[in-house]
Write a protein that binds this ligand. Structure first.
Ligand SMILES: Cc1cc2nc3c(=O)[nH]c(=O)nc-3n(C[C@H](O)[C@H](O)[C@H](O)COP(=O)(O)OP(=O)(O)OC[C@H]3O[C@@H](n4cnc5c(N)ncnc54)[C@H](O)[C@@H]3O)c2cc1C
Length: 326
């Protein structure tokens, strides 16, 4: 790891002014450090200055009112997973957070860091490989080892987005607040993430002088049920091979509206409007849920080693939908 200077942030203005004009990578923010320190050790990132966000006051709280719940970007993944109201009313979010990594990482890793974490692709994380994501001209997963890579939306970079929390937030219709030198802006979490076709180097639209400060999740409608299903290689804590965040507005056995967002299969959390269109307005049964699963993966383009993700994703969607009526 290269030497860097370390600054404890005192307020947001100081953070954005230190980030300003530095471009990507010269000055970086760190929260829990569970993702960034790995990148520093592997020389994937070599900042001159690190700004510690955890010294900022008041950004690690969860508050509620009649419109929904607001979660500070420095809230730990564990605090989200263990929050009683989130477990009860925003179940998909609590389930997604509790599926992240290990208790130790959940106790330190933050919401902002989870959304802004970088891909786990073994080519990207290898300091000796100058892949397309790092300014080279090849995504080595295409002709190389691709077991954990994208089956949807990959071209030209076939990473998958590693966050479990992001698909849950999108399925719940959450928005996030960003602060930069020009002040605050709010956007849907869905609009925050971007595909490699738009920008092969980044996974979101955050500018180098901006940070995420909080996330707002609207109150789910009466009768809403929600679930997060995640398939891992082993029972052990691990990133998703494929995952499904499903939010279902139910009236009896009828699903009035479904939001289905996939994790682990695309370079950004992947909203399946195909599955949503099949489930919304229908009585949910096995046939409807199987059709939804099949529709979600009909345009999948697996690489050499990851065709198993097509069936896996299809079945996870179908199982998630059936949970809404069981
Ligand atoms: C062994 C292991 C297993 C894991 N398994 C999973 C898993 O199963 N599911 C999953 O979802 N994640 C998993 N993770 C990732 C983990 O959840 C993230 O590392 C963690 O949430 C990141 O939070 P952090 O506060 O430590 O981020 P940091 O490491 O501090 O930062 C990560 C990145 O986000 C940026 N950043 C941090 N905060 C902000 C902010 N507020 N605004 C803008 N940028 C910011 C940093 O500059 C950095 O680039 C795993 C990580 C490890 C090491």
């Amino acid at each position: 790891m290269d030497n860097f200077s370390y600054v404890n942030a005192t307020d947001l203005e100081q953070v954005t002014s230190l980030l300003s004009d530095s471009g990507w990578g010269e000055v970086m923010v760190v929260a829990g450090g569970t993702d960034l320190l790995g990148e520093l050790k592997e020389y994937i990132e070599t900042p001159k200055t690190l700004i510690n966000l955890k010294s900022l006051p008041g950004m690690d709280s969860i508050s509620m009112n009649t419109t929904g719940i607001t979660i500070g970007a420095l809230t730990t993944v564990a605090d989200i997973a263990n929050h009683p109201t989130i477990q009860q009313r925003y179940t998909v979010l609590a389930q997604a957070a509790s599926s992240v990594a290990t208790p130790q990482i959940r106790n330190v890793g933050t919401l902002g860091g989870n959304l802004c974490q970088r891909p786990r692709c073994w080519y990207y994380r290898d300091e000796t490989v100058n892949c397309l994501k790092k300014g080279g001209d090849t995504c080595y997963a295409v002709d190389g080892l691709s077991k954990y890579h994208a089956i949807l939306g990959g071209d030209p970079v076939f990473i998958v987005h590693p966050s479990d929390i992001a698909p849950a937030l999108i399925a719940l219709g959450a928005s996030l607040k960003i602060v930069g030198p020009e002040g605050e802006k709010t956007m849907k979490v869905e609009e925050f993430f971007t595909l490699p076709a738009a920008n092969p180097f980044r996974e979101n639209v955050l500018q180098p002088n901006e940070i995420v400060v909080e996330v707002h999740v609207p109150q789910p409608k009466q009768g809403t049920k929600s679930f997060y299903l995640k398939a891992r290689e082993k029972g052990a804590p691990d990133f998703a091979l494929a995952s499904v965040a499903g939010v279902f507005e139910m009236m009896g056995q009828t699903c009035q509206n479904a939001n289905i967002v996939l994790g682990g299969v695309a370079p950004a959390p992947w909203r399946s409007t195909e599955a949503e269109n099949i489930l919304s307005g229908k009585v949910i049964n096995e046939s409807v849920s199987n059709n939804a699963g099949a529709a979600a993966v009909k345009d999948a383009q697996p690489l050499n080693d990851n065709a198993y993700k097509v069936t896996l994703t299809q079945n996870l969607i179908s199982r998630t939908a059936m949970m809404a009526v069981s």
